[in-house]
Design a protein around this ligand. Sequence first.
Ligand SMILES: C[S@@+](CC[C@H](N)C(=O)[O-])C[C@H]1O[C@@H](n2cnc3c(N)ncnc32)[C@H](O)[C@@H]1O
Length: 260
Amino acid sequence: MDEPRPLGATAVSAAVPRRGKPMFPDGTGPAADPAGSHHERRIRSFQPRRSRVTASQGEALRRLWPTWGVDVDGLSRLDLDAFFGGLPVVLEIGFGMGEATAQMAAADPGTGILGCDVHTPGQGSLLGLAERNGLSNIRVANGDAIILLREMLAPASLAGLRVYFPDPWPKKRHHKRRLIQPEFVALATTRLAPGALVHCATDWEPYAEQMLEVLSAEPTLENLHDGYAPRPDFRPFTRFEGQGLDKGHVVHDLLFRRRG
Ligand SMILES: C[S@@+](CC[C@H](N)C(=O)[O-])C[C@H]1O[C@@H](n2cnc3c(N)ncnc32)[C@H](O)[C@@H]1O
């Protein structure tokens, strides 16, 4: 695998990642903190939170995780062809509760969606939605997407990248936690096939400006629009988008393409 630039202020711990305990006593379910990423000496783009898993989310995790889930343990390369039966695969980072992910998967069954998030209730929610809607093109990765990209995905293996309403980290001292930064984009673009689409959206104006600046500065990407993109029809409204709109925020989409 080629060597992307190190990410984050302290770079990444060289220690062997620790596998977290699986959720269920029979060894199934997503592992807690699979790569020890909550403890890595690296600035994280997410807030580790303890959240209650409902009975139906837990049930979906117990039954569906063994076939549709993968822990981001940073230990092995993920065989996307085998995992998705040969479909082209788009990575969505931070799907939240997964409603928009499931809608996009239903609208485009010829594309596999690998949703990556650290939020266990959301993982259960998305798996449940996939099953209820008969969607066979969704898989769920549990853990930090940076470790997934860096350690587990092969160069040029992704047909696209989606980041919808990433945590805006509005306070100045937290800006370093924002996901869309030059080092992240440099890493992510190595995993994109030529022509792959990078689609970001945010309702936080200063973050939109940062996204535009960072994505425009990445030499392997070209902007499909002059500045921000008009909202594409294929992106459904997301839960966080709704909250932003309720507060009167303006939403910006950004659409870039990996150069050939
Ligand atoms: C503000 S929420 C947006 C959720 C959803 N896209 C929406 O619009 O409703 C951001 C999500 O990104 C996830 N997240 C943040 N950093 C991440 C990372 N490095 N790897 C995986 N998930 C991450 C968080 O756990 C959270 O669920």
